[in-house]
Design a protein around this ligand. Structure first.
Ligand code: ADP
Ligand code: MG
Length: 347
């Protein structure tokens, strides 16, 4: 399994840079996720890695080997796509055998490797079925076995679960993670689903408009977003308009903290679960507009006198205020982050 190095990769379509200068290193055996909204360039970057697109600028290395000029079929990558596209007229076994036959593998070795790949994805018992006799999740497993059977040095997965229903999606992502760990397959996984990315990844690159905004572990990305875009994209967060005045950030008419930045507008973020009922280091009182019981807690929307709507997440041990009431909430200063006018984190 090889490490992947991406250096300053640019890919343009008709002058528009779908990938606008991306540099990343994916370690051997890592499950690395490209996460970002639709249209941010994830698929384009994955296709550059697979060799389906030639980049306009930059380098791609597998291990120490520069692969810029290596055609797709010689890169030894396994691909799994969103629309898993198994061959409908072939049995499960034949679907998985296809890539090996194309590589002139036959006889005993073909039998052995297909059986092994089918066992990896727990489909050995269904090897003689036709795809029409399989569930969506089983078909996706066939696609996975087909990618794994060639023993790729790199597994590329482009939104592989987005055609499955919610329950199956969670089951399959656990399955993919298990396989990936067990066999140490270097994997680059693409999704626009932040929860999926947080659950499955060793590290995540958050992309926006063809660029990488931040790279980090799921916890790092969630707890220390370095840009306002990442803060807003990952999880749920409140964006509170604020100001820097004489080196001090003021939010909700209170002093939050000192920062090294010039006077001007800024944004303070605070996650709903970091706000509690009652006074805090920073407090606000408002009109409770909604209180939604969501099982694991209650989501409360509060309107402040200045018109700001703030989302609060209360745990089940706390009796939530009633809709229509006035209530006071508070949070710790350290739980808030501050971002400048360019979206950069201010410390
Ligand atoms: P994502 O996978 O993150 O949704 P894509 O990589 O598919 O994003 O697309 C990134 C941008 O490049 C989008 O603006 C898209 O319209 C454009 N794009 C992608 N593929 C092509 C193509 N083959 N021709 C022209 N524009 C493309
Ligand atoms: Mg895509």
């Amino acid at each position: 399994m090889s490490k992947v190095t991406i250096e300053g990769v640019v890919k343009r379509f008709e002058g528009h840079a779908a990938v606008a200068g991306v540099s990343l290193t994916v370690e051997s055996g890592e499950l690395f996720t490209l996460l970002g909204p639709s249209g941010c360039g994830k698929t384009t970057l994955l296709r550059v890695l697979a060799g389906f697109y030639q980049q306009d600028e930059g380098n791609v290395r597998f291990g120490d080997r520069l692969v810029n000029d290596v055609p797709a079929h010689k890169r030894n990558t396994g691909m799994v796509f969103q629309n898993y596209a198994v061959f409908p007229h072939m049995t499960v076994f034949e679907n998985v055998a296809y890539g090996l036959k194309a590589r002139k593998v036959g006889g005993q070795e073909l039998q052995r490797r297909v059986t092994e790949a089918l066992e990896m994805v727990k489909l050995a018992d269904l090897k003689d079925r036709m795809p029409s006799q399989l569930s969506g999740g089983q078909q996706q497993r066939v696609a996975l076995a087909r990618a794994l059977v060639i023993q790729p040095q790199l597994l590329l997965m482009d939104e592989p679960l987005s055609n499955l229903d919610a329950k199956l999606r969670i089951e399959m992502r656990t399955e993919i993670r298990r396989l990936q760990r067990q066999y140490g397959i270097t994997t680059i996984y693409v999704t626009h689903d932040q929860e999926e990315a947080l659950a499955i990844s060793d590290r995540i690159a958050v992309m926006n408009q063809g660029r990488v905004e931040q790279v980090g572990s799921p916890r790092d990305i969630y707890f220390n977003p370095q840009t306002l875009f990442v803060a807003g994209f990952i999880g749920t967060t409140n964006l509170l308009p604020a100001r820097v005045q004489g080196g001090e950030v003021r939010v909700l008419d209170q002093a939050l903290r000192e920062v090294k930045a010039a006077d001007g507008d800024c944004t303070v973020t605070i996650r709903p679960e970091k706000i509690a009922l009652g006074q805090g280091e920073i407090s606000f009182t408002g009109h409770v507009e909604e209180a939604l019981f969501v099982g694991s807690g209650t989501t409360v929307f509060v309107r402040t006198p200045s018109g700001q709507r703030i989302e609060v997440r209360l745990p089940n041990e706390v009796e939530p205020p009633r809709v229509g009431e006035q209530a006071t909430f508070g949070f710790r200063r350290a739980a808030a982050a501050v971002y400048g006018a360019q979206g950069e984190v201010l410390a």
